[in-house]
Design a protein around this ligand. Structure first.
Ligand code: RB5
Length: 166
């Protein structure tokens, strides 16, 4: 199977039911570093298996360099979900969506977090470290990880998204 099929809905469902820990890959740039560190601890504290793809300090870096390993972890099926934090989340989303198999969404509230899972089967969430407080980003992650894909009429639409990969 190609990278596009590696993300596994059944694995996500099983982990949402709490049978096994959710596997998460996370990264940031300098603008998202502080929240990324806090979110690693938050997710680990909730029992997630977390892969921290860096950076290790708040030294200035380029966000695509950290989007890439997290997006590949998702596309390869090494994790269930990816999380990326930059100033806005926008650059991370644009970068991650270049990797086949990834459906990255830039999320700033819990309602969109739920809808991006339910309607779009998003598998990578990008967050704003500068405009959204940590506590809201924690709630966004809780919602994103817990919400199942809605299937039904959404399935064919997501298939059409993936057919746009060239
Ligand atoms: C860095 O200044 C900033 O451009 C970056 O964190 C992010 O917001 C890009 O989308």
């Amino acid at each position: 199977p190609g990278a596009a099929s590696a993300y596994n809905r059944r694995s996500v469902r099983k982990r949402q039911k709490g049978r096994e820990p959710m596997r998460v890959s996370i990264g940031s740039d300098h603008a998202g570093f502080e929240q990324k560190q806090a979110l690693v601890d938050y997710l680990a504290g909730k029992g997630c298996d977390v892969i921290d793809r860096g950076p290790d300090s708040d030294e200035r870096v380029d966000y695509p360099d950290f989007a890439a390993p997290v997006a590949h972890d998702v596309a390869d099926g090494a994790v269930d979900f990816g999380v990326l934090v930059c100033g806005t989340g926008i650059g991370m989303a644009i970068s991650a969506n270049k990797v086949h198999g990834v459906r990255a969404v830039n999320i700033i509230n819990t309602q969109f977090a739920a809808l991006s899972r339910e309607h779009n089967d998003a598998n990578l969430v990008t967050l704003s470290g500068r405009f959204v407080p940590l506590e809201e980003n924690e709630r966004i992650l809780d919602t994103f990880f817990a919400t199942p894909f809605g299937e039904g009429r959404h399935t064919g639409r997501v298939e059409k998204i993936m057919a746009l990969e060239n």
